[in-house]
Design a protein around this ligand. Sequence first.
Ligand SMILES: [Zn+2]
Length: 219
Amino acid sequence: MSMSQEVPMLPDNFDREGFISGLREKHAHILLPSVAMSVDNGWLRLIAAILGEIETCLESHGCLGLARVVRIKEKLAAMRVYVEPISAAVHLPKQLEIELTDIRDKAEQQSMQTCEVCGDPAKVGNYDGCYQTLCRYHRHERLAWLAAGGPGLPSGFAAAHADEIEQAISEYLRTGDLPEQWTARFDHLTGIRHRQAISCAKMSISQIAAERARGDQND
Ligand SMILES: [Zn+2]
């Protein structure tokens, strides 16, 4: 039942989408298809471990199918996994609730020692107001990014990837949000892997879109 203490660094060609769809297939009993994996790659193995533990735990209480994972996210540099009964009418056994809380607490502790980008041993840090758990290498990379001006699209990126930017903007104007697939594509295009960098890039896109929408109204 215990999670591995050693989490080796992910390979450069790590297949995020493949890994996630594997998890969805393997844990379809407990993972709602709508649950987004709103964390960087370094925590995906922790997610794989916790999903396995939750499923085993539910099974051992004869409760598989009665509860499911409804949200996975990062909050204040820790990974949070939320499990809920399938309906308000379902009451889980007290002992099961206790065990599920233990599993979640343990994963949360583990995430605060695991680089969210690469999975190496890490510490929680404050990066310009954004708390994140990063290893020494990614801490330096992040600090260099912030020192270089940080927020916004990398210089020259918008011109070099005009088509993708156009697509993102029209998506934003249509739905008021940027889809997760686009964020992943942006991640790939820029090589910026940090959630903070991605959210700054999203902000740039939404600013460009908002300016454009205003321009259209004035025409
Ligand atoms: Zn790292």
